[in-house]
Design a protein around this ligand. Structure first.
Ligand code: DGL
Length: 271
């Protein structure tokens, strides 16, 4: 039994898709979320800058004495997980391994598609994980740099001609490769699930990295005896590095429910 909160971070709002699943499967846990909205997007940045930002994000969350930290960001998970794990004495969870495990399990034809930010695709992290879990799996990867901006600007609904055109262009080579499983390797992408699903067709399973990560975190906390078994709803706190003005309305779209709990702006450069 451990009543300390779970820290979660992302470059912006995308990580809230992981919070949504964490809150659904572990409603009694206290969650502290940090979205680096002042510096989003992370996906086009160099490794050095990403490691610097990730260290600051973790340092901020550690001020809440969390029992674990979830990197609800594909970009940081693929680029800085090893550094963060080596520097911290609490469990740090990323999205790559749980998503790779789910994909290795789900694919029938051993052809897996992967979409993510430039940094995520450049890292080769999913290919390495899949190769260990299921040697011989063929991965067709495509960086999709415009998708995070579309989502952060609310352009993700079916019928949005810009979103549909951009998705179709990015996914054409992935579809042509005959994949039966597609890893949505960025926590912003679940909002585009309908558009992506419609383009790929019903025969392609979509793997949501935030959702898989949340389930993995629950299992690991249980194994380590770190779950909070206290009945009742956990406390939710949200922090951002830009203005909180539009946070609640946008965040509720990612969370699938109204934001309840505190929302505050912090200066992340101070960490
Ligand atoms: N949600 C982040 C990810 O999973 C978005 C990356 C970005 O900020 O570009 O990669």
């Amino acid at each position: 039994m451990d009543r300390r909160p779970i820290g979660v971070f992302d470059s912006g709002f995308g990580g809230l898709t992981a919070v949504r699943e964490l809150a659904r499967i572990m409603p009694e846990e206290d969650l502290v979320y940090f979205g680096d909205t002042g510096r989003v997007p992370y996906g086009g940045r160099s490794r050095d800058i990403l490691v610097k930002y990730a260290r600051q994000d973790v340092a901020f969350l550690r001020t809440f004495n969390p029992k674990a930290i979830v990197i609800a960001c594909g970009t940081v998970s693929t680029t800085a997980l090893d550094v963060l794990q080596a520097e911290n004495d609490i469990p740090i969870f990323g999205v790559v391994e749980p998503a790779a495990r789910a994909s290795a399990h789900v694919t029938r034809n051993a052809r897996v598609g992967l979409i993510g930010t430039k940094a995520s695709i450049r890292s080769g992290a999913y290919e390495r994980a899949l190769d260990t879990l299921r040697p011989g799996v063929e991965v067709t990867a495509k960086a999709c740099p415009l998708l995070v901006s579309l989502v952060e600007n609310g352009r993700f609904r079916p019928g949005d001609i810009v979103a549909e055109t951009v998705v179709a262009e990015y996914l054409a080579p992935v579809k042509a490769a005959g994949v039966d499983t597609l890893i949505l390797g960025c926590t912003h992408y679940p909002l585009l699930r309908e558009i992506i699903g419609a383009y790929m067709g019903p025969g392609v399973a979509l793997v949501d990295v935030g959702e898989q990560c949340a389930r993995w975190v629950k299992r690991q906390l249980e194994l380590d005896g770190l779950r909070n078994q206290r009945p009742g709803a956990g406390r939710r706190r949200y922090y951002v590095s830009d203005s909180t003005e539009d946070f609640s309305s946008l965040a509720s779209i990612f969370l699938g429910e109204d934001v309840r709990g505190e929302v505050e702006q912090i200066d992340i450069t101070a960490y």
